[in-house]
Ligand binder design. Structure first.
Ligand code: NAP
Length: 246
């Protein structure tokens, strides 16, 4: 909705991924002054449409709309972003179909790299509902010893310096410096930030941290593409579940 330039790029990438996978998609670019009633009517229409298995509202919505009202309106079985409270609760108890796409993509990267989480010190910087919190929960489900940090954490470098697996989801360019990282640690950079020159960069100072890290994800080209891949996976899961119910 509206003119958010980052949202336009994200939505275009999602449409492209659907096209590449031959997955049918519909995109509704709504004007910024669309009312809550109009948006709810669209969500309800898609909720009822048996040909649509996944619905997502690209956030942020314009200020006059409440994200929560719209997210809660999407049927949990079509909530492929896994933001609906029912899906959030399922993640908490470890019995879920959908996982929020960014943490799911990170787990996939960890698994594909042959890194085991079990028993490891895992530190997540950030506690947002879409990244930090579900990330911590997924690491806990895999038997990591998890610490979640935020803006009030005391002596952050001491905490992050204990991490075997460090996930940075802060939203501050090049925030994680070499002195905050244990040599050999697996460092996962979720950030999508802009440096002083306006160039895309992450939350980790890659040039400083890369030489001491055991493994590190780059920005761009690390977590970002995984997020879209997991959205496609969640949509496929939703379609399978819908067919199983028939
Ligand atoms: P967010 O909602 O702004 O949350 C940022 C978190 O960082 C908050 O929990 C905040 O703590 C914490 N924080 C801020 N300053 C801190 C400090 N000085 N020390 C320690 N913690 C601090 O951000 P988000 O939505 O989780 O996104 C984080 C980053 O990931 C952004 O750069 C975003 O663009 C990127 N992102 C990327 C993808 C992808 O697909 N690659 C997807 C989603 C997000 P408080 O809670 O105390 O305020």
């Amino acid at each position: 909705m509206g003119d958010d330039s980052a949202s336009k790029v994200y939505v275009a990438n999602k449409e492209k991924a659907c096209a590449e996978l031959d997955m049918y998609s519909e995109m509704y670019a709504l004007p910024g002054d669309t009312t809550e009633e109009e948006l709810i009517a669209l969500v309800d229409k898609l909720n009822e449409d048996p040909n649509i298995h996944g619905i997502l509202a690209q956030l942020p919505l314009p200020k006059h709309l409440d994200d929560k009202t719209i997210i809660n309106r999407i049927r949990p079985e079509k909530d492929v972003d896994a933001f609906h409270p029912v899906n959030v609760g399922k993640i908490m108890i470890g019995d879920f179909d959908f996982v929020p796409c960014t943490p799911a993509g990170i787990m996939e990267l960890i698994h594909e790299s042959g890194v085991s989480v079990e028993g490891k010190e895992c530190v997540v910087i950030g506690r947002s509902n879409i990244v930090g919190k579900p990330m911590s929960m997924l690491l806990l489900h895999e038997n990591g010893t998890v610490t979640t940090c935020h803006s009030r954490t005391r002596d952050l470098a001491e905490v992050t310096g204990r991490a075997d697996i460090l996930v940075a989801a802060v939203g501050i360019p090049k925030f994680v410096k070499a002195n905050m990282v244990k040599p050999g640690a697996v460092v996962i950079d979720v950030g999508m930030d802009r440096d002083e020159q306006g160039k895309l960069c992450g939350d980790v100072d890659f040039d400083e941290v890369e030489p001491i890290a055991g493994a590190i994800t780059p920005v761009p080209g690390g977590v970002g593409p995984m997020t879209i891949a997991m959205l496609m996976k969640n949509t496929l899961t939703a379609a399978k579940r819908a067919h199983e119910k028939k």
